[in-house]
Ligand binder design. Structure first.
Ligand SMILES: Cc1ncc(COP(=O)(O)O)c(C=O)c1O
Length: 378
């Protein structure tokens, strides 16, 4: 059997976007870097560190660019496999904002710890603390642990009431170092719909974090770090003096979700990740079909793709390779072969569907970023 690739058809540096095969995932390089600088300015203003969450793009070169543009020291990852991929590609300071469970995974974590300048991981229960301590001891390492505290999302995280005892358990463990708390406040996204509500709810969440810090410190344990996450919330939560570090992930790109959530500060121009599609069928004058469906755009949230440069057409439905577009409000006549560009509904899961992010500047391919940690779910 012959195996072959059609690499010669892949995007090439300097190629005109007009000549790219579709569907293709694009990132507007200048606007993306502008978004990164904007968050770096927020972090500077509030004197917090910015540690970008690379779960969004899963590429080490982009991660390094985020570190450079934000003046940060390292990155966040969500899976161990993601962290290993970043380490293999030159990143040496990683915070894993996720509970690592299972002996063999914990041994991998210890191995990774030996390869990096700095590594910290997340725990939120006696079970995860004890297993981490056992792994560190059997691998002869000291592991840095961050205690996740539930700010109201009710996903993972110890309750604020149990946090002091768990912090003490970490601080007492010979093979562990207690770094501080993770106060991920994404619950605010479903509680707030105006700028003022974002300000108020994020402040309330950080007041809760501050009271947890007080309780832990009352037991004589220093809380050096308070990490808070999220593109939507971190720019508000950073205003609270308890916060030491923000961990936004989507912020270089934004998406339709962010556009709908915070219209006062996110516009289509700030949505830098798009998919360029081609019209493959124009069945009648009120609808057409493009070559990007649910295997191109992740539809894990209620949002649909939104046209990047126009408002007269609507992406209304998707099957796997087909995007159904309502053109009834448009005066334009569309033809097979026309190109249409859409802002992605949810950027993290959409990037995860693609092998490559094509960086675009002035209508040409300016950069190519492989989605290196795609599939690294373990
Ligand atoms: C713990 C944690 N921190 C940070 C982030 C990044 O948030 P966002 O994708 O909103 O930027 C996430 C995203 O899921 C997360 O789970």
């Amino acid at each position: 059997m012959t195996t072959w690739t059609s690499d010669e058809m892949a995007p090439r540096l300097g190629q005109s976007v007009d000549d790219l095969e579709t569907p293709v995932l694009l990132a507007d390089v200048d606007a993306m870097e502008q978004n990164i600088r904007e968050y770096a300015a927020v972090a500077d203003e509030h004197d917090v560190d910015l540690r970008s969450h690379v779960k969004t793009h899963k590429n080490a070169e982009l991660a390094a660019r985020e570190v450079e543009l934000t003046g940060g020291t390292g990155i966040c990852c969500q899976t161990l496999g993601e962290a290993e991929t970043m380490a293999r590609n030159g990143i040496d300071d990683i915070y894993l904002s996720y509970q690592v469970v299972g002996e063999s995974k914990l041994d991998r974590l210890c191995w990774l710890d030996g390869k990096l300048d700095a590594l910290a991981t997340t725990v939120d229960s006696a079970a995860t603390i004890d297993a981490l301590e056992a792994a560190a001891a059997r691998n002869d390492r000291t592991l840095h642990a961050v205690l996740e505290v539930d700010m109201g999302l009710h996903r993972t995280g110890a309750s604020p009431e149990e946090a002091p005892a768990l912090a003490e358990r970490i601080a007492d463990a010979d093979a562990l170092a207690f770094d501080g708390i993770l106060a991920y406040d994404a619950n605010v996204k479903s509680e707030a719909s105006t700028e003022q509500e974002f300000e108020e709810r994020c402040w309330e969440a950080m007041e809760l974090a501050a009271s947890v810090v007080d309780d832990i410190e009352a037991a004589g344990i220093e809380v050096a770090e308070v990490k808070v996450g999220g593109t939507a919330t971190s720019r508000y939560s950073a205003r609270h003096p308890v916060v030491t570090e923000i961990n936004p992930g989507m912020y270089p790109f934004n998406d339709v979700g962010e556009l709908e959530l915070r219209p006062w500060e996110v516009s289509k121009a700030d949505c830098t990740a798009t998919v360029l599609t081609t019209v493959i069928s124009v069945p009648d004058e009120d609808r057409l079909v493009v070559d990007g469906g649910s295997k191109t755009f992740s539809l894990d949230k209620p949002q649909m793709p939104v046209p990047k440069r126009r408002d007269d057409i609507e992406y209304v439905n998707a099957s796997e390779e087909h995007g159904w577009i309502d053109t009834s409000e448009s005066d334009e006549t569309f033809a097979v072969g026309d190109r249409l560009e859409f802002v992605v509904p949810h950027v993290c899961t959409t990037i995860n569907l693609h092998d490559l992010i094509v960086g675009v500047r002035d209508g040409e391919v300016a950069d190519l970023w492989e989605v290196q940690a795609r599939g690294k779910v373990r």
